[in-house]
Design a protein around this ligand. Structure first.
Ligand SMILES: Cc1ncc(COP(=O)(O)O)c(C=O)c1O
Length: 387
């Protein structure tokens, strides 16, 4: 995408603005289908990665359902027109009150996170497809905060304990669920987890499985999941299943979105310089939270060399978007593009430092540009306060 169009969009909608590309979103959705060609796949989009109903409605047209954790995510999925029969309910803290809301809205597929959850909510359930989340105790080689499949993590039932439990209650379940983490770039880590789930499923005669998400993308360092290798693993480990659910967030959404921002200041330091944007960790929390490295590109550069950090304007040293860039400094006033922010960008944004959330804009396949969520106003940020 050329900077001319980006300047036009920045003029029309202001900066910062989350910008998404329909074409990329569709391409990603289609390559998910391709990886499972010949198998009966039920793909769902993880709303935790992105909850914009307009984007989800595009994925719906590509045959996707939704993976939701909260009533808020369910609301967004229904708003996007996802049929309740294609909505999977995840989470490790489901309540009776939430259950009422989910059942009232016709959700019928539930990933049960613990034996305690089963006893509390599902023991007598009827007409709901229950999947037991297994903790396979395997390594995912990803950041420790987004690794979920080791016994020390809070998710799922340890596979050994699960087998004892299924000996008693197996008949109540449709199958197993597994999700070992996010941003996984080594196919072998999936293989280890899928083998565990396939073996237990065979033992209990389950013909359906939910394999979660986790596909790792290239954030600019050349590391990403090799889908050819992944397909081979799926073909060998999951061949006996009649139906496979998958829940993908990052892989579909991340490359389809950028954050368009502007350089406020180029501040000269001693060891390094600081490029200050009109956004920050309230819109891009992943670098502070997970040491994530988003690539940043500018519309205009000076002849002066870095090193420099790209930072926000919030009152935190942790408010950085990318650190230690070597190369030319950008010009003050130039556009900054934070790449691969379509997943876990807007959905993780906060109002920290009382900064309203920015708008979301979609570049459609035909090149037209559409506002898909207004930016928040100050009044909206302080709504409900009455004195
Ligand atoms: C249960 C579950 N399913 C699916 C996902 C989506 O993961 P990803 O965005 O890595 O595809 C997550 C996110 O961590 C998750 O917790």
């Amino acid at each position: 995408m050329g900077f001319q169009l980006l300047e036009k969009i920045a003029d029309e909608f202001g900066t910062p603005v989350f910008l998404y590309f329909e074409e990329i979103l569709k391409e990603r959705a289609r390559s998910v289908w391709k990886a499972f060609e010949g198998m009966r796949l039920v793909p769902t989009a993880a709303l935790k990665a992105n909850n914009n109903p307009v984007l989800l409605s595009i994925l719906k047209e590509e045959g996707f359902g939704g993976d939701v954790v909260t009533p808020g995510e369910l609301y967004a999925a229904l708003k996007a027109g996802i049929e309740p029969s294609k909505i999977v309910w995840n989470g490790n803290g489901k309540t009776h009150q939430q259950k009422e809301f989910f059942m009232k809205n016709g959700v019928k597929i539930v990933n049960v996170d613990s034996i305690e959850e089963y006893e509390k909510l599902w023991k007598d359930a009827d007409g709901v497809d229950l999947f037991l989340r297994i903790n396979p105790d395997v390594e995912a080689h990803t950041h420790k905060y987004i690794s979920t499949g080791k016994s020390e993590h809070k998710f799922g039932v340890h596979y050994k304990k699960a087998m004892e439990f299924l000996d008693r209650e197996g008949k109540k379940f449709k199958g197993l669920h597994i999700h070992i983490g996010s941003q996984i770039t080594k196919a072998v880590d999936f293989e280890n987890a899928y083998e565990v789930v396939a073996e237990i499923s065979r033992k209990f005669g389950f013909s359906q499985v939910n394999i979660g998400g986790g596909w790792g993308i290239d954030y600019g360092d050349g590391q990403e999941l090799d889908l050819g290798e992944y397909r081979k693993i799926v073909q060998s480990t999951l061949k006996d299943f009649e139906k496979i659910y998958i829940e993908l967030g990052r892989y579909i959404y991340a490359p389809a979105g950028i954050l368009l921002s502007r350089v406020h200041y180029v501040k000269k330091g001693i060891e390094k310089h600081f490029v200050v944007l009109d956004t920050g960790m309230s819109h891009v929390i992943r670098p502070a939270l997970y040491s994530a490295k988003h690539s940043v590109e500018f519309s205009e550069y000076t002849d002066e060399e870095g090193p420099y950090d790209v930072v926000g304007y919030l009152c935190e040293t942790g408010d950085f978007i990318r650190r230690d860039i070597r190369g030319k400094l950008p010009k003050e006033g130039s556009l900054a593009i934070v790449k691969d922010i379509g997943a876990y960008g807007y959905s993780m944004a906060s109002n920290y430092n009382s900064i309203p959330k920015p708008p979301e804009v979609l570049v459609k396949e035909d090149g037209t540009v559409k506002l898909i969520r207004r930016g928040e106003t100050l009044e909206e940020m302080f709504r409900g306060i009455d004195f």
